[in-house]
Design a protein around this ligand. Structure first.
Ligand code: FMN
Length: 357
């Protein structure tokens, strides 16, 4: 017999789920409470992106949501079990979450839920402490089939940063990727909602007008024809290499469940980093494009871009050997930094949670 959860507790659990990261802050989810179980639904229209190949990026985000919901539910005295894809793959019904009474448990990661964020500033080069490095590696090792590789030497960081930054060239040369980015950019601050405030990109004030101009596809297209978009990765590379470490989380297998479970682990890594005062930024566009080549034959990419992605993947695998034989989940960077200039908003709980008796 399922325990009776008050609606206010369900709302708190969903609110914690909403705080999870998602690509471009698209928040591709909807929740349905039927007085016994909580259904977590993927909203396809929000998940449309060339980066979200076969919804893998959404499954990662949904995994992060489940981690957040579990932390809050356990603190309120309910353990969580999540049945993934109860109606089969390809369905929007990603998880059916049920609750079992338990002694309330307050995990220290709870206090990082609100503070966790993507920080796109340059970081200090202060190295990771051994304790922190071990803690992150252990989280990944203890996950289902997940593993983490960290690179911390200047040479390896520089190489990985340069390869990851190549994404920015493709981003401004491929119309679907370009339009996808500008769809989710927000030029004026919002109290609630979705997408990314322009401030969160940490552009220098002199860069903003140019970035605004690049939002016009004809302008981006013309600049690409003149070779200007090839210069964009240089700035990004400089920022990426200003980090204590770059990390690649991988998983065995490539079923949708594998991405969800790895997303759960990713969120634990991110919350742990936050708790320890570390800034964190996914720098994973190139990894998504690599997945597009591996899982969808590079559909949506030009032959030239496909070749660039495959070459980048081969070179990245020399820095992160697991990339050659495991499924990449996320490339990210961590380090010590000032807080981000702007934080992303979230949609209100009442907009995403519906009740079904
Ligand atoms: C699967 C996934 C991929 C992401 N990829 C990138 C990325 O390549 N670059 C980046 O700066 N942020 C990336 N993000 C971070 C999101 O943009 C960020 O989580 C979202 O805007 C919400 O902001 P917050 O994390 O600060 O709450 C990614 C997040 C997820 C879950």
């Amino acid at each position: 017999m399922a325990p009776h959860l008050e609606r206010s507790i369900v709302a708190q659990i969903v609110r914690a789920g909403l705080l999870a990261p998602s690509g471009d802050n698209c928040q591709p989810w909807r929740f349905v409470w039927n007085e016994r179980e909580l259904d977590l639904m993927l909203v396809y229209e929000r998940a449309e992106s060339l980066y979200d190949v076969q919804h893998t990026a959404s499954w990662i985000a949904l995994g992060a949501t489940i981690t957040n919901m579990r932390l809050v539910a356990r603190s309120r005295g309910y353990d969580v079990s999540a049945e993934l894809f109860p109606r089969g793959h390809g369905e929007s019904h990603a998880a059916r979450i049920s609750f079992q009474p338990m002694t309330p448990h307050h995990d220290p990661l709870m206090s990082a839920l609100e503070a966790r964020c993507a920080n796109r500033r340059p970081y200090q080069r202060t190295p990771l402490t051994a304790a922190l490095r071990d803690a992150l590696l252990a989280i990944a090792r203890n996950g289902p089939g997940t593993s983490l590789e960290l690179v911390e030497t200047n040479q390896a960081k520089r190489t990985a940063a340069a390869l990851a930054a190549r994404n920015d060239q493709i981003l401004f040369e491929n119309r679907a990727l370009h339009d996808g980015l500008y769809r989710w950019l927000r030029w004026t601050p919002q109290g609630s909602g979705d997408g990314m405030p322009i401030g969160s990109l940490e552009l220098h004030p002199v860069e903003r007008p140019g970035f605004h101009l690049l939002g016009s596809w004809p302008v981006a297209h013309t600049l690409a024809a003149c070779g200007v978009t090839r210069l964009l990765p240089l700035r990004t590379q400089r920022t990426y290499q200003r980090s204590a470490a770059l990390g690649l989380l991988t998983v065995e297998g490539q079923r949708p469940e594998d991405f969800v479970h790895a997303g759960e682990v990713l969120e634990r890594l991110w919350l742990t980093s936050t708790l320890q005062g570390l800034a964190f930024q996914p720098i994973t566009g190139m990894i998504c494009l690599l997945l597009r080549c591996r899982l969808a034959e590079g559909q949506g990419l030009s032959p030239r871009h496909r070749a660039l992605v495959e070459d980048t993947g081969a070179q990245l695998a020399r820095v992160f050997p697991a990339l050659a034989h495991r499924t990449p989940i996320m490339l990210f960077r961590i380090g010590f930094a000032a807080p981000p200039t702007a934080r992303t908003p979230r949609r209100p709980v009442e907009d995403v949670l519906s009740l079904e008796s």
